[in-house]
Ligand binder design. Structure first.
Ligand SMILES: [Fe+2]
Ligand SMILES: [Fe+2]
Length: 248
């Protein structure tokens, strides 16, 4: 029995015009690379958490082939909501859990257990700019203040969703946590946020996140051990579409 994580499959079986191929060689046949790696590693009694940006489809009809593809992976599949998952409005999590009952598990405002751990998670949010850059030296000289204020509202909303899951897990007697976020836990080059503080307060062992694509974005946030919590980036292109093992 093992727990695995991988993010950002960005499937487009129903929307081939949105293929990721245009983003470089790493994305060539990436869905088949992911499938091959997952089938090699994940056994039927394992759990695989997919940390968002599953599909380019805008609704369940457009996503059908993508979600069927995910459903065919071995093990229990837990899905987190990414910023591109338009098939999953925030208030429809329970509905999705009803539709895909026993086949796919949608993580938001709830929790799932793995051994004596509670798996909690939400989309999260971090400030990604716009930044103003001095063209002569490449230094950041400022940022969009309105976007920054808006980011604070989104972080607050996501924090509440995460806490709803944590409170439910605590009420059920859980005290060991793994946190899953779609967005990086902190804004670019910062090491502190509402999410890192929650992770530290509840004594979470690990924070797993994705969303960051391309070499220049892989180190936007924390990786490795920080203040007693282990942070791992699991974006598909960062891992060459090979899941990481989170727990044995
Ligand atoms: Fe993504
Ligand atoms: Fe994303």
């Amino acid at each position: 029995m093992a727990l695995y994580a991988l993010g950002d499959l960005h499937l487009s079986f129903g929307n081939p015009e949105k293929s990721q191929e245009r983003f470089g060689r790493i994305w060539h046949d990436h869905e088949w690379k992911a499938k091959k790696n997952i089938e090699k590693m994940v056994k039927p009694d394992d759990t695989l958490v997919l940390t968002g940006d599953h599909s380019w489809g805008n609704n369940l009809v457009q996503c059908k082939r993508d979600l069927d593809f995910i459903e065919a992976f071995p093990g229990r599949k837990i899905l987190l909501r990414g910023n591109h998952d338009h098939f999953w409005p925030a208030n429809k999590t329970q509905k999705l859990n009803d539709i895909f009952d026993g086949r796919l598990f949608f993580l938001q405002n709830n929790f799932y257990s793995y051994k004596d751990y509670a798996l909690v998670g939400t989309k999260g949010f971090c400030f990604e700019g716009p930044f103003y850059v001095d063209r002569r030296n490449g230094m950041i000289t400022g940022y969009d203040k309105d976007a920054y204020e808006h980011a604070k509202v989104l972080v607050e909303r996501e924090k509440k969703r995460l806490m709803t899951g944590i409170d439910a897990a605590r009420a059920a007697g859980y005290s060991k946590f793994i946190i899953f976020l779609h967005y990086p836990p902190t804004s670019i080059i910062e090491t502190d946020s509402a999410f890192t503080r929650i992770a530290e307060e509840i004594g979470a062992e690990q924070v797993i996140y994705s969303h960051s694509h391309g070499k220049e974005r892989f180190h936007d946030s924390i990786q490795g051990r920080y203040h007693g919590v282990k942070y791992s980036l699991v974006s598909g292109d960062y891992l060459n579409f090979r899941p990481i093992r989170v727990l044995k």
